[in-house]
Design a protein around this ligand. Structure first.
Ligand code: CP
Length: 320
């Protein structure tokens, strides 16, 4: 018997959002179309609609966040949900309570949606499985970033941004640049871009920051930034994930900037109408020059606004 997709219910509808890997293209497009209906993409103005009135969303961020945590909160409020953001440092997790005991207690407080960021890859899957195994399948899990595994709503908001500015994936060459080894965003973006039919997906970075198996994921690998950027339509810059690095993988951040920093001169190698993206937080002068981050080709702040629409769409779909 084929394995049940852990993200879908028995009717093939989105029950949890855990990863882009394995998410059917039709569901991905449904999320993007729904998100696009919640925001005026030109004006970057968001709608509000009471789809989750009476529902309770718990933000569980076991790792730091500015954009994801805040935009999930804003999205939940725009859907009229009650939102609780647990202060993990001051919670009973610090007294030794297990993750699943915390979950059971919050379900007892009538949680409907858990938005989970965790340093351990697979933590949102574990919670979703526990909810199914304990007959609490009416409660939904949305992965807000798990270790170096995936960050599916970031991947989806990146796709909404690319689709808005570039329209058709089938003509696009997209370069993802930097610390791919430790990046959950890169993994989600690669799965999303290949599923949506991007013409070419490239990754660019030093050998020490590129994981094995990239070619099998359908991407072209470059270690030379100047070659990799040639004629691309979209450049997605990644932060050096120093908090996940063990040992010295790079000589210095200055040396890294010299080889892989996105400067105006390097960006000129891409198509003249290429867009520049970054999931944030940015390290200016390490992976990106301020002249590019704040320049006319940057769509970095659009990504943030579009992220609210995507998170509204996802929570509205799982918990409708
Ligand atoms: N893009 C992203 O995940 O940013 P935060 O860490 O601020 O949530």
């Amino acid at each position: 018997m084929p394995m049940k997709n852990p993200q879908l219910n028995q009717h093939g509808e989105l029950q949890h959002l855990l990863a882009i890997d394995g998410l059917p293209k039709a569901i991905m497009l449904q999320i993007l179309d729904t998100a696009a209906s919640y925001v005026d993409l030109e004006q970057r103005e968001l709608k509000s609609l009471p789809l989750l009135q009476g529902k309770c969303v718990f933000n569980l961020f076991f790792e730091n966040s500015t954009r994801t945590r805040t935009t999930f909160e804003i999205a939940a409020k725009r859907l009229s949900a009650d939102v609780n953001s647990l202060n993990i440092a001051a919670s009973s997790a610090s007294k030794g309570e297990t993750l699943l005991d915390t979950i059971d207690n919050l379900v007892a407080m009538q949680a409907d949606v858990f938005v989970v960021r965790h340093a351990t890859s697979g933590a949102p899957f574990l919670i979703a499985k526990h909810l199914n195994d304990t007959k609490q399948a009416h409660v939904h899990v949305v992965n807000a970033g798990d270790g170096r595994h995936e960050h599916p709503t970031q991947g989806l908001l990146d796709m909404l941004t690319i689709r808005h500015y570039k329209k058709d994936f089938s003509n696009l060459t997209v370069a993802i640049v930097g610390d791919v080894l430790h990046s959950r965003v890169a993994r989600s973006d690669i799965h999303a871009l290949t599923t949506l039919g991007a013409a070419e997906v490239r990754v660019i970075g030093p050998k020490t920051l590129l994981p094995g198996g990239l070619e099998q994921m359908g991407v072209r690998v470059f270690t030379d930034m100047n070659l990799g950027l040639k004629d691309v339509d979209v450049v997605i810059m990644l932060r050096l994930q120093n908090e996940r690095m063990t040992g010295a993988l790079l000589p210095s951040s200055q040396e890294y900037f010299k080889q892989y920093g996105l400067t105006p001169e390097r960006l000129a190698l891409a198509k003249s109408d290429a867009i520049v993206m970054h999931p944030g937080p940015m390290n200016r002068g390490v992976e990106i020059d301020s002249a590019v981050a704040d320049g006319s080709q940057s769509v970095i702040l659009s990504q943030v606004t579009f992220g609210i629409a995507v998170r509204m769409a996802v929570m509205g779909m799982v918990a409708k």
